[in-house]
Ligand binder design. Structure first.
Ligand code: PLP
Length: 358
């Protein structure tokens, strides 16, 4: 097994003559093994590991200069929106939040200052799907970097670099770690110059993960394919069960044939994953909160992608940092419930939903 190099500094042969490792903010052998594994599973040349998913996103935005413009999805993880609007806007970056359901929508926000397109697919929490290849074509034509947050799909289901993206980002906290015991992020890319710039940001700004956490994500990656397979099987069963329940309104899951971008999901993903969200027919937020409080096997918690199922109330939890008017504009209502379907017995999970929904 890869040792956990619990090492902050490395003995050198002579001044300016080291043995490949100087100081662990710059390099650590456990992290190096993980970064190589990240590159391999995303079919990229280079991987970089960060202390969290948001730290990985932060590094990408730091490639930019004041005055640069970013076209970002209008439906994505609330923490990404918060970073863009509350941290980076004040440094002179301009963000356009765009409905990327149709890639063509992006075109009218592109000008000579546009330097980055940021997308997430499927999106958190509404499971919208963006056509990565179509967005990549627009990005290439305009010489703009395309970064894709691939957290929900995981590298098992979708490989954005194959579809033309320049950078893949992961919250490794989720499916890569897989056991809800580590916070970590990742970037994967092919371009050597881009890797050097991102590595420079990584070591200069210092958001690096510790060796124990790198070991945990390395271990998680070994079972990614088995876990993802079961997440997909269970996700499908639960999505279909919810849809047939008389008290349930809309169910958001890209595997349904009438999902607005089902054909794109089918084209760019191997399967549809274990994330889904739904509304009660009553569309009553208090009712939704009651359902969430009654769940037993689904634990009420932030995060996703672990082997144990989680349930979440995006309006007050993961997406509370997005103003209510903005949330409502994209259809993220106060009554929406998000599920991260784990790998437990699917019938047990359905029994839990049945007793909670009634
Ligand atoms: C899609 C997505 N991207 C990024 C993040 C941020 O990752 P982290 O919590 O590891 O910083 C999250 C966290 O929930 C997420 O769901």
């Amino acid at each position: 097994m890869t040792p956990i190099y619990q090492t902050s500094t490395y003995v050198q042969e002579a001044p300016a003559n080291h043995k490949g490792y100087e100081y662990a903010r710059s390099q650590n052998p456990t992290r190096k093994a993980l970064e190589d594994a990240l590159a391999i599973i995303e079919n990229g040349k280079y991987g970089l590991a960060f202390s969290s998913g948001v730290a990985a996103t932060d590094a990408v935005v730091k490639l930019l200069q004041p005055g640069d413009e970013i076209v970002a999805a209008n439906d994505m993880y609330g923490g990404t929106y918060r970073m863009f609007t509350k941290i980076f806007q004040k440094f002179g970056l301009k963000f356009h939040f765009v409905d990327m359901h149709n890639a063509e929508n992006i075109k009218k926000y592109i000008n000579s200052n546009t330097k980055l397109i940021w997308t997430e697919t499927p999106t958190n929490p509404l499971m919208n799907v963006t056509d990565i290849a179509a967005v990549a074509a627009i990005a290439k034509e305009n010489k703009i970097l395309l970064a894709v947050d691939n957290t929900f799909a995981s590298p098992y289901l979708q490989n954005p670099l194959y579809l033309g993206a320049d950078i893949v980002m992961h919250s490794s906290t989720k499916y890569l770690g897989g056991h809800s015991d580590v916070i970590q992020g990742a970037l994967i890319m092919n371009d050597t110059d881009l890797r050097e710039k991102l590595y420079f940001i990584q070591k200069s700004c210092g958001a690096v993960p510790g060796p124990m956490d790198c070991f945990l994500v390395l271990r998680g990656i070994k079972t990614l394919h088995l876990r993802m397979h079961q997440h997909c099987v269970n996700g499908k069963k639960i999505a279909q069960w919810l849809r047939s329940h008389p008290k349930i309104g809309q169910v958001f899951w890209p595997g349904f044939e009438d999902h607005p971008n089902h054909s794109i999901a089918k084209k760019q993903m191997k399967d549809f994953g274990g994330m889904l969200s739904f509304e009660l027919k009553s569309e009553n937020a208090e009712e939704s909160k009651k359902v969430l409080s009654k769940m037993k096997l689904f634990s009420l918690a932030e995060s996703l992608g672990g082997v144990e199922s989680l349930c979440n109330h995006p309006a007050t939890m993961t997406h509370a940092s997005i103003p209510r008017e903005e949330r409502l504009k994209i259809g993220l209502t106060d009554s929406l419930i998000r599920l991260s379907v784990g790998i437990e017995d699917a019938d047990d999970l359905i029994d839990d939903l049945q007793q909670a929904i009634g």
